[in-house]
Design a protein around this ligand. Structure first.
Ligand code: CTP
Ligand code: MG
Length: 379
């Protein structure tokens, strides 16, 4: 039976506050929604995915998705229930659905295994965890103690046979429910409880976010990559270096704009994420890169790193040449590289050296650059 995952991401995140709704904010360099999508999509039991977003959030949601192909977004409603109803529209009755909050970005595959297995016996299954704290009723003062025995905390994704879920939702007749299992229970249909996971806690407040960021940060490992590039002097200047045009009587030969600094840093980043080299991504034999501005190469490498959950910590580049003098342009180069990488300037270092007139650089035949990039990546 085909399984569709519906991820609801149409909320405003009012308890979290801030400009950007929580599902579009980043944790470990990746949007919360992208984490949720990747977690569900990477499970072999999930056949398709539908993302429900609020009207007017298409551009933000697209940016959060990067280059993932997720199909058209579904427009959500004023309540979570309406958003789910919109997501369900058009899903066939004989299918299975997983309904999931984007605000629960880290779904372990084992939870999906348990849910789908449970659907073989029942029309609905939900993940839940036991309650660890003592429970009491009251606001300023305890009115009575509640018995936590037999109580569980219900998470998402929640799994349903579509026909039964539709019937239950129709019966609930627009009563505002906090989840879909409530509708099934109200309709007298069986809901199986499977073991949930602490990683599925919902992000509601800033404190939840800080904790998730710390947890993800601890799970990252630091990786380094190196890059090296050389271009020969040829023709007339200026020279492109670090994305800046430096006036010089001679230019540099190259298929693109021959920017040794950007090429070396691009290769360093590709090295850190083990994604080949610049020539593989932008073959010199391909006419579309003739005269290309190298900031595109660098931005692409940075995007690849981020798509993989990478966080660029630092890049350092050494330019090796006798002329032109790099010093006067160093700050402009740092600023430009930082801008292309979308990093703060202190995370970018540009240095220069001569080779005491030794070798090809010393003889003034060309310019070399070497770079190193440090990137924290998921293990
Ligand atoms: N949601 C939705 N449509 C709505 C309301 C909520 O799709 N009209 C989604 C949220 O984006 C979230 C999930 O439902 O992924 C759970 O809701 P919640 O955690 O309450 O998120 P928000 O409603 O955005 O947050 P808040 O209640 O603090 O405003
Ligand atoms: Mg809400």
């Amino acid at each position: 039976m085909s399984v569709t995952a519906i991820i609801v991401a149409a909320g405003s995140g009012s308890r979290m506050g801030g400009e950007l709704p929580k599902q579009f904010r980043e944790i470990a360099g990746k949007a919360v929604l992208a984490h949720a999508v990747d977690a569900l999509r990477s499970h072999s039991g999930v056949d398709s995915i539908r993302i429900v977003i609020a009207p007017g959030q298409e551009i933000t949601a697209k940016a959060a998705m990067g280059d993932r192909d997720v199909g058209p977004f579904v427009t959500g409603g004023a309540t979570r229930g309406e958003s789910v109803a919109n997501g369900l529209r058009g899903v066939a009755d004989d299918e299975l659905v997983l309904i999931h909050d984007a605000a629960r970005p880290f779904c372990p595959p084992q939870v999906i295994d348990r849910l789908l297995a449970a659907l073989e016996q029942a029309p609905a299954a939900i993940p839940a965890l036991p309650v660890a704290d003592t429970l009491a009723a009251g606001t300023d003062r305890i009115e009575r103690m509640a018995d936590r025995k037999g109580l569980v905390r219900v998470q998402t994704p929640q799994a349903f046979r579509v026909r039964e879920l539709r019937a239950a939702l129709a019966k609930s007749g627009g009563v505002e429910l906090t989840d879909e299992s409530s509708a099934m229970v109200a309709a007298g249909m069986g809901v199986v409880i499977v073991e949930g996971d602490p990683m599925l806690e919902k992000l509601t407040t800033q404190a939840d976010f800080d904790r998730a960021e710390a947890l993800q940060g601890a799970a990252l490992v630091s990786r380094t990559g190196m890059g090296f590039d050389v271009h020969a002097f040829s023709g007339e200047g200026p020279i492109m270096m670090g994305g800046i045009a430096i006036p010089h009587e001679r230019g540099l030969a190259g298929h693109s704009d021959a920017d040794v600094v950007l090429h070396a840093i691009t290769d360093a980043i590709l090295g850190a994420i083990a994604e080949g080299d610049i020539g593989q991504h932008f073959p010199p034999s391909d006419p579309q890169w003739k005269g290309a501005s190298s900031d595109r190469f660098l931005a692409h490498a940075a995007q690849l790193a981020r798509n993989g959950g990478g966080k660029i910590d630092h890049v350092d580049c050494t330019v090796i040449c006798e002329v032109p003098k790099v010093g006067p342009y160093r700050e402009a180069m740092r600023n430009r590289v930082a801008e292309i990488l979308d990093l703060p300037v202190p995370k970018v270092s540009i240095k220069a050296t001569t080779t005491e007139r030794l070798g090809f650089a010393g003889r003034g035949e060309g310019i070399a650059a070497q770079a190193i990039a440090t990137i924290r990546m998921p293990q």
